[in-house]
Design a protein around this ligand. Structure first.
Ligand code: RB5
Length: 151
């Protein structure tokens, strides 16, 4: 059972709800929805990026999905946290590559830029694609080394 945390700001709320419904129908995913719970109130995407990033850091989740209007702010924020590799993806190809080559542990998407069917394809592929390792392990390892240094 893959433990997955998901969150969005108001701009990603509607697509998050759609994705959560899908995830709850899968038997191989245990989903924790960390909000937001409405699109009627404006909230700040860094707060929701932090919730999912911290859930991964403390082991409550293995992977995460984050959404804001464009996916940009929420992915920038998530990538400030050690050990987080958040990939802002727009289609099935980038979703697949983010797992196969980058071992992304967060999939970020834009609720105002990505349609529901495209998002569903991306989520399915992202959940089911394994990291290829090999030469990509060396590169991902260098990301980890860089985040240990003060830059
Ligand atoms: C909120 O209006 C919007 O700025 C936010 O959802 C996101 O797109 C930021 O990157």
């Amino acid at each position: 059972m893959l433990k997955l945390a998901i969150a969005a700001d108001h701009g990603g709320y509607e697509l998050k709800e759609y994705i959560v419904n899908y995830l709850r129908s899968r038997r191989d995913v245990e989903v924790t929805d960390l909000g937001t719970d409405t699109d009627k109130q404006s909230v700040d995407y860094p707060d929701y990026a932090a919730k999912v990033a911290k859930a991964i850091q403390n082991g409550r989740a293995e992977r995460g999905i984050l959404l804001c209007g464009t996916g940009i702010g929420i992915s920038i924020t998530a990538n400030k946290f050690k050990g987080i590799r958040a990939a802002l993806c727009h289609d099935a190809y980038t979703a697949r590559m983010s797992r196969a080559h980058n071992d992304a542990n967060i999939l970020a998407m834009g609720g105002r830029t990505t349609g529901k069917e495209t998002a569903m394809d991306m989520v399915r592929i992202w959940l089911e694609t394994e990291f290829e390792g090999g030469r990509h392990s060396r590169r991902v390892g260098k990301i980890t080394e860089l985040e240990q240094k003060e830059m």
